[in-house]
Design a protein around this ligand. Structure first.
Ligand code: G1P
Length: 292
């Protein structure tokens, strides 16, 4: 289970961030000084991924531009001696890493988005990263841990987090049995259950390492919750044939699909940012909330 390809489903409309996302993708909203999607891309590259597959749609053009070189800008930076910035830009996609783009012509669900990347996958395991879920660990990224577990245990791996009971209806929720401190074996999984139906409060959160078999399962997966082709339903079918593990990461997840989650990410990444940290901390300490 060596993971060399990562799929980034980025076709969603981002309606919760309108009007900011009317003409530009929500994945390009910056958290401090990098677009959300770049954090996920960096996490994938750190985990050993060398092929990035973006599943896009109309209005997502700037994602392609962001990961391409900008000759005019690079030339200008070179001539003005701004070599640090130039290096930083050139290393957004390091040598040996390639980007591919496929379109999801209709919003038929996450499972369908993943299936759109099938022609680029072949018979290899692959990762799926939902960029909206930013995961901060302070060390080795969440996907790196998952890739190691997948390689060691020859299994698909899903990142999970305990969510409040009232939120289970927003996630894929699973029933598990514990294998070790942070690793569980998934018994079953259900997409967006009601509080009564939910088998636990353990939710899938935006990182998957999947066996290639999932692609052929997705081809025959019928629409499920919300009338969409759900990745969770395909994983449920995979469970009948193969072991799937859940990895409870040690870190913080920011739900950048919501305004509040996005603001929290901005504040906390700002506080960790090497150029801003001190001044920003001071600003927050002195901020008079009564006067805002
Ligand atoms: C998707 C998945 C869900 C998962 C969630 C994590 O839902 O379908 O299983 O728990 O991402 O963020 P969405 O947020 O697209 O509704």
């Amino acid at each position: 289970m060596q993971v060399r390809t990562a799929i980034f489903p980025v076709a969603g409309l981002g309606t919760r961030f309108l009007p900011a996302t009317k003409a530009s993708p929500k994945e390009m909203l910056p958290v401090v000084d990098k677009p959300i999607i770049q954090y996920a891309v960096e996490e994938a590259i750190e985990a050993g991924v060398t092929q990035l597959v973006f599943v896009t749609s109309i209005t997502k053009r700037s994602i392609e531009d962001h990961f391409d070189s900008n000759y005019e800008l690079e030339d200008k930076l070179e001539k003005s001696g701004k070599t640090d910035v130039l290096e930083m830009l050139r290393n957004i996609i390091p040598p040996g890493v390639t980007c591919a783009y496929v379109r999801q012509p209709q919003a038929l669900g996450l499972g369908h988005a993943v299936l759109c990347a099938k022609p680029l996958i072949g018979n290899q395991p692959f990762a799926v990263l939902l960029a909206d879920d930013m995961i901060y660990t302070g060390g080795k990224g969440c996907l790196s841990h998952m890739a190691e577990i997948a390689a060691e245990m020859h299994s698909s791996v899903i990142s999970v987090e305990e969510v409040p009971r009232e939120d289970v209806g927003r996630y894929g929720i699973m029933d598990v049995q514990t294998v070790s401190e942070r690793v569980h074996r998934v018994n079953s999984m259900v997409e967006k259950p009601s509080i009564e139906e939910a088998p636990s409060q353990l939710a899938a959160v935006g990182r998957y390492v999947l066996a290639p078999r999932i692609m052929s399962i997705l081809e025959s997966t019928k629409p499920g919750a919300g009338g969409e082709i759900q990745l969770t339903d395909a994983i449920s079918t995979l469970l009948e044939e193969q072991r799937v593990l859940a990895y409870q990461f040690d870190g913080t997840r920011y739900d950048c699909g919501s305004k509040l989650g996005y603001i929290k990410a901005t504040v906390e990444y700002g506080l960790r940012h090497k150029e801003l940290s001190e001044e920003f901390k001071q600003y927050l300490q002195e901020l008079n909330l009564e006067k805002v």
